[in-house]
Design a protein around this ligand. Structure first.
Ligand code: ACM
Length: 553
């Protein structure tokens, strides 16, 4: 038998729910404190009532009822707060003693955002969130106490759980440029994030291959820049096929996604990548480049930065363009952050351009790093005027940036450390640990050229290195998994790349460091894979092979 089958057989015997009979729970991410008191159990039945104390918990109640119906085939009742004749909703009194069912309370107590307490007694389940998100995360934990198959009775052990996140920023990124993903899949992605208590969705909307968000101020961007004439198949350089490829999100799509995300306590961060990675902009407006007379088109292949001109020229029209699109972006996305990209700018095009060199002299910019910094400062001002904070990939440190910018550290962790030492806030997305487009094991069905990036590596990344002072550590906002989609043309491949590593990311970024324990996590993953099966997720099985190899060693 395969290791997976043996382990699965043991698990069916020992555990039909999300917890094992030995009293251990299989909650991912591991909560701060789990106290199993063995005083009894509570069984959820068809028709069990979910009671909300005020309207702010209604979504969580409906969400749990939907989950029970969709995955376990059991319909529950949601009792909403009573309304008076004027339609105002009243708070229920707590009445914990007499009510048998599931009670959701938003304490609004100013405690750690997203924190909650979950208690199961013989009488029912009570979730008390510090805020609305806390109630929602309590529901996510409750889901993990449930069986992983329909038909198995949902008998919950009595337990008290106290929980709150270690980091405020727990993200997943998705590149929708190299390959386009429909709104329905973006929603699924957000659902997966919610199941892992992740709360920032970084949406990479523009790059060399396309511009994928409607701009009312510049409709040509999606009329011309959202399509490429063909693409390569197979690993780079691959075989070229002249198959036109396109797609973009309208304002209506964006609003729908932002709304859907907000219900799940996820903030959407849009990225418009400048001043490099701009071939789609230049295909639309060739005059924005340093070589305006040469023909331009959207990139049809991957990873070439010096061969094709993909940088913006520093001209008045370009700065006007940047003001228009970033202003519109700020109005379209309600969240506090806007991502400016700033990575991999091929500065040779600026070096080769007499007009650009002239601009640099006129503006006292000593080199191309300073020019890049000029672009970033310009966008930062636009974004700040709209009351938002700028995020950029770690190259934005080149040439200097203001303290207000957040650095997203994708290259080696040393860049993040440098940012912390110079008092910038940092989000870790380091390629070697958090790029989920890198295959999980060498023998993985092909999703890209690089690898492996095994589950344990994602789990092990030390988010707060020992060498940092308390002040420096407080600038670490959190971490994020990234999914670049050059080799991920379909939704199933996207799922395959993300799962199970999203679970390791979630525990790394949510759970207290003293609760991090790879062996325990690996044990819990067996139940987590059962949940993936229940949720209909396509995932990599490299974990089982890795475990097998380790056992033989
Ligand atoms: C990046 O991977 N170029 C941010």
């Amino acid at each position: 038998m395969l290791l997976k089958e043996i382990m699965a057989a043991i698990f069916v015997i020992s555990s039909c729910a999300g917890y094992a009979q030995d009293g251990s729970f299989n909650i991912i991410p591991e909560p701060v404190k789990v106290l199993a008191d063995n005083t009894g159990t509570y069984q959820i039945h068809r028709g069990t009532m979910i009671r909300t104390i005020d309207v702010s918990s209604e979504f969580s109640a409906e969400y749990f009822a939907d989950y029970m119906e969709q995955y376990l085939g059991m319909s529950l009742s949601v009792e909403k707060p009573a309304k008076d004749r004027k339609g105002r909703k009243h708070r229920h009194s707590l009445g914990k003693e007499t009510f048998s069912g599931i009670t959701l309370v938003n304490l609004k107590n100013g405690g750690t955002p997203g924190g909650y307490q979950l208690e199961v007694t013989a009488n029912g389940v009570q979730i008390e969130g510090n805020d609305e998100a806390g109630v929602f995360y309590g529901i996510q934990t409750l889901i993990q106490l449930l069986p992983t198959r329909a038909g198995v009775l949902p008998i919950l052990p009595s337990v008290q759980i106290t929980d709150y996140p270690r980091f405020a920023y727990r993200g997943m990124h998705l590149d929708v440029v190299r390959h386009f993903f429909p709104v329905a899949f973006i929603k699924k992605y957000l659902d997966y994030m919610a199941l892992h208590k992740l709360n920032y969705f970084h949406w990479h909307l523009t790059d060399d291959q396309a511009w994928r968000v409607e701009m009312k101020c510049r409709p040509e961007l999606t009329e011309k820049g959202a399509e490429r004439e063909g693409e390569i198949f197979g690993l780079y350089p691959g075989t070229y096929q002249p198959l036109p490829y396109g797609g973009y999100y309208t304002h209506e799509d964006v609003r729908e996604i932002v709304r859907y995300a907000a219900e799940r306590h996820i903030t959407v961060i849009p990225e418009i990548d400048i001043p490099g990675h701009c071939m789609a902009v230049l295909a639309t407006y060739p005059k924005f480049s340093t070589t305006p007379d040469e023909p331009k088109r959207c990139a049809q292949t991957w990873g070439i930065f010096n061969k094709f001109n993909n940088v913006l020229a520093p001209t008045p029209e370009v700065f006007c363009f940047l003001k228009d699109v970033f202003s519109e972006l700020c109005d379209l996305f309600p969240g506090p952050y806007i991502h400016v990209g700033g990575d991999e700018c091929a500065k040779r095009w600026w070096q080769d351009s007499p007009e650009t060199q002239q601009f640099m002299r006129e503006h006292n910019l000593k080199d191309e790093n300073a020019l890049q910094s000029y672009f970033i400062h310009y966008v930062q001002k636009v974004v700040n005027e709209k009351g938002k904070t700028l995020i950029g990939w770690d190259e934005i440190l080149q040439g200097g940036i203001s303290k207000d910018c957040v650095v997203m550290n994708w290259r080696r962790p040393e860049s993040g450390m440098k940012a912390l030492k110079t008092k910038h806030r940092v989000i870790f997305t380091c390629l070697k640990w958090f790029y989920f487009n890198i295959k999980e094991s060498r023998t993985e069905p092909e999703i890209g050229p690089k690898g492996p990036l095994p589950l344990e590596q994602v789990y092990d990344f030390q988010l707060v290195p020992d060498s940092l002072s308390a002040d420096e550590s407080s600038l670490i906002l959190g971490a994020q998994g990234c999914l670049w989609t050059e080799y991920i043309p379909t939704t199933w491949k996207a799922e395959f790349a993300v799962f199970p590593r999203i679970s390791a990311l979630a525990e790394n970024v949510w759970s207290p460091v003293e609760k991090k324990d790879w062996d325990h996590f690996a044990h819990k993953m067996l139940t987590q894979f059962e949940r993936y099966d229940l949720w209909g997720i396509r995932y990599s099985e490299a974990f089982f092979r890795t475990q097998d190899l380790e056992r033989k060693r």
